[in-house]
Design a protein around this ligand. Structure first.
Ligand code: HEC
Ligand code: HEC
Length: 192
């Protein structure tokens, strides 16, 4: 028992160290973001409908996703290729750059229509209210729909989201995707 406890604790401490390394160099990340701008924009406001907005997302979330694409636990024909070329430091720097942006959502619909099972983490307007969760505001409904179906079918896994998506019907997925995609999102660079 004692050995088990030590092993678990060691694992937690390692995880804690990995988290701390996320503190990357935002200025270097800005330079590296030249490789990302055709799809995600210089400040993380997506330029093509299939790519998500990433400006203003938590650094921990961005770094975790880039690492997942690199390791193959999340797959996408474009992002897998991009992420394979990134070192841990570059991932940390890119995460620092994009997370230094500010995402502002404007809700035009009646807030009472927000999907109830999502607001505790993703907010009524799609700006995440817990650490490590992504913003959904202004993502295209196709992107949100695709991700929920990926969680549902096990193509993408996450302890919380896989369980939530597993219980959703295609109609519920579409309704949640439509709600968040209709929110207007603005991303502003630091200092502007
Ligand atoms: C050719 C277009 C393209 C380029 C270039 C590109 N991406 Fe992506 N990116 C995508 C697409 C498409 C997705 C959505 C993948 C999916 O559907 O799972 C994505 C997803 C992501 C995600 C996950 C976001 C989320 O909300 O889960 C991150 C983080 C990301 N990209 C960062 C980057 C960074 C950093 C770069 C530059 C080093 C980059 N991307 C370059 C197209 C691109
Ligand atoms: C208890 C908190 C929690 C709840 C409730 C929750 N989510 Fe999530 N969601 C998360 C976390 C954490 C992630 C990041 C998953 C990862 O790291 O892969 C996430 C990721 C997502 C993503 C992927 C976004 C992207 O940028 O790739 C979508 C889409 C999503 N959630 C939609 C929903 C919807 C719709 C609901 C309601 C039906 C919901 N979530 C409820 C915590 C939550």
């Amino acid at each position: 028992m004692r050995r088990l406890a030590t092993t678990v604790l060691g694992g937690l401490m390692l995880a804690g160290t990995a988290q701390a390394e996320v503190a990357g160099d935002a200025e270097n990340g800005r330079k590296l973001s030249g490789q990302c701008r055709t799809c995600h924009g210089a400040n993380g406001y997506a330029q093509v409908p299939i790519a998500p907005h990433i400006g203003g997302e938590p650094a921990s979330y961005l770094a975790a996703q880039l690492t997942a694409f690199r390791e193959g636990t999340r797959e996408h024909e474009m992002m897998t290729v991009v992420a394979k070329m990134l070192t841990d430091d570059q991932i940390a720097d890119l995460a620092a750059w994009y997370s230094s942006q500010t995402a502002t959502a404007t809700l035009t619909a009646d807030p009472s229509g927000a999907p109830e099972q999502c607001v505790a983490c993703h907010g009524v307007d799609g700006i995440a209210v817990i650490e490590n969760a992504p913003n959904l505001a202004g993502e295209t409904n196709i992107y949100i729909d695709t991700q929920l179906k990926a969680f549902k079918r096990g193509k993408r896994t996450h302890e919380i989201m896989s369980a939530i998506a597993a219980d959703m019907t295609d109609e519920e997925i579409r309704a949640a995707a439509d709600w968040y995609s209709e929110v207007q999102l603005e991303i502003t660079e630091p200092g502007s």
